[in-house]
Design a protein around this ligand. Sequence first.
Ligand code: GLN
Length: 411
Amino acid sequence: VADRLEEGRALAQDVWSVFNAANLPADCINLGQGYMNFSPPQWIKDAASEALSTVVANHYSHPKGRLRLREAIREYYSPILGRQLDVESEILVTSGANEGQYSVLTAFLNPGDEVIMFEPFFDQYLPSVVFNAGKCVYVPLHPDPTKPKPTSDDWKIDFDELRRAITPRTKLIMLNTPHNPIGKVFTREELLKIAELVEEFNLIAMSDEVYDTLVYDGKEHVRFATLPGMWDRTVTVESAGKMFSATGWRIGWLIGPSWIIQPTLAATTRIVFCSNSPMQEAVAAGLEQCTKRRFVETQCAEYTERRQILTDAFDRLGARYTLPEGTYFLLLDISNVTWPEDYPFPASVEGRGRDFKACWFIAMEIGVSTIPVSEFYCKEHVGIGESFARFAFCKDTDTLHKAAERLQGLG
Ligand code: GLN
């Protein structure tokens, strides 16, 4: 296992512990790890308190998840997916999206099975594949260096490259739309081309769609499971943390055909047995009421305003960034940021990509912490990620305005 981990870089200190509030000056504004500096809405917190005062909600739930939550998931997603979901065999509540993905990999990977992922990739995918004895195969998304004002749509898949990455050992492809960290919302055309390959090579698609409620500018979020022939090959990953600003509640869910959900249930039962019961009740209330309250629409409008505060700041600076069409992340090109040769970097930053140094320097000197994007690339491709810092804009507008002001110091 140690060898595999070494190979997968998973033994290195992860980026979240390096760029952590504990290591940074107290007044540094945290636009690093993607969590909010505000709470879930009061009506969802009220449902959590209510759940705590009933006896059953304080105890184990069924490993599949509490029935009320599975029913709420069925009611919310059946119309979106265009099929009536079965709460017994096609929905599984998990302890956050990470645990859900991990359990799918535990259920399906045999040693040496290959998993395709697009780079940059959410860093958790790599150790999750490696811990389950799988092998990651990377296909980079290509930015367009010629565009002065790129959007996340300008990061493209080379489909020949994707086809070449598939081997007889390929078992699964990881998809992530809207994409962390680029903010790319994959187009129907792109997803249809991926679906053709999934069909041709008999693959499982794990579609991480945890940012599906955060899509801007009228862009369409296409669910991979709704493409022709894809329901039966796709497991969709969702997260209450992103949807309801409750990242510490650790509630997520998987939706897919019974043949994927049932073995995954066996894995999740042995890993966590069941997920946090009272929070499942609160998330059920969230899903039950969110349409009536127009919660997703209102939240999305708020995030559009948050994104604007950052993009205005970067436009004032004349900085080059990728305008995200989804998620709460934005990539800034940091290739021009420089620092004195003798700048005192800590050991955890010293041996890493240039972006680790730039992000450390920006945190210390400008007072805004961000995430270096080379963490989202394999060792061989660190060079592509080194040009970018990821800013998380899941913060209240006052904080973002304050950060925007500080960022003018980059000019
Ligand atoms: N998904 C979040 C992010 O990308 C949280 C990271 C994590 O789970 N450690 O910032």
